[in-house]
Design a protein around this ligand. Sequence first.
Ligand code: FAD
Length: 383
Amino acid sequence: MTHSDILIIGGGIAGMSAAFFLAKAGKSVTVLEREDQPGYHSTGRSAALYSETYGPKIIRKMSTASREFLLSPPDGFTENPILTPRGIIMTAAPGEEAKLDAILTEGRVNGANFVELSPAQLKEMIPVINTDNVVGAAHEPDAMDMDVHALHWGFIRQFKSMGGTLVTKANVHTITKTDGAWDVTLANGDHHRGDIIVNAAGAWVDDIATKAGVAPLGIVPKRRTAVMVDLPAGINAHGWPLVATIDETLYFKEDAGRLLVSPADTTPTEPHDVQPEELDIAITIDRLMTYTNIEVRRPGESWAGLRSFFADGDPVSDFDPRDSSFYWLAGQGGYGIQTAPAMGEYAASILCGNGVPAHMQKLGVAKDALSAARPSLAKGKSS
Ligand SMILES: Cc1cc2nc3c(=O)[nH]c(=O)nc-3n(C[C@H](O)[C@H](O)[C@H](O)COP(=O)(O)OP(=O)(O)OC[C@H]3O[C@@H](n4cnc5c(N)ncnc54)[C@H](O)[C@@H]3O)c2cc1C
């Protein structure tokens, strides 16, 4: 049996980013990951986009707070850049003029570099779009692609090099507390002991809490589908920004000469190894063929992933209100990659008793926004 200062349950981007910063702070940390590949669930299934204007307020702050790390990770973290240019274009249909104005205005107020595009300018950039049904678009050239694998494995490698332990195929089965420390028993019978549990189990955080006798916070995993599609002959999409409709019913981006297309679905589901539904694939193709002149005879490979949210849409990074040895790191929704460096650093700082890191305080990050006791979580609680 091992005894660590901190046991982290879940080896996705949330668990590994916190593990990295905790090891850096000198804590002994063991990460328990059920799968043999730590990126098997949400972390390995994302669209890999970084945008500082995307998502709720606290997410935008944590994305900005992550930028420096993503642009200049520590020495030896990765051989490849984590961020590379991409850009994003959000297009408005008739009736959505006010929404487009609001995006442009709010983005500029927040210092983002937004450019308004006419339908003709849009057509010039992305010739496959049927612009008959587009009144205008907002182009954010500073949005970036992320190399998720490089980020995740950078955290893992450096965590291990600082003496941290990652145990894969470690399915947490029972969690009990004896003599003021946690005993975690795996499905294979192995035991791990630790003073503090960090619950970073993604869609399964309520399940882990229940196992530990802690009240769930009401996580809701939502399925999102992605389908690969071939481009028509003669169309080179290299350098295209990601294109999304303002009503969030479709987005696509170039991926190795093809298009990754999503209907931006948000179907609530149980935590499980989620697979794409035939109907969602059909909807994806139908929306793409209506929105563009691309004819899809046969969709390519498809997958689905879970984006997990609490009732108010904001993440939690905090000790449980009733058990100060149980820490929640969850509810990152559709933004868990782009916020991972800041969320990991924040969690480690709170866990070490150091409060909100100074560079995050300057951005207006306050503990209340990530609290596990905030009233706005209550409507999602299942017990
Ligand atoms: C289609 C899609 C597109 C997305 N696009 C973006 C994007 O463009 N940008 C962005 O920033 N984010 C994006 N996201 C969101 C991002 O992927 C998630 O927010 C992030 O991966 C969540 O990380 P996590 O570590 O919390 O979860 P996970 O990666 O799911 O990790 C949780 C881990 O806990 C483990 N676990 C669960 N139960 C147990 C147990 N009993 N014992 C041991 N281990 C256990 C699981 O095996 C899993 O590996 C997208 C998500 C999807 C699905």
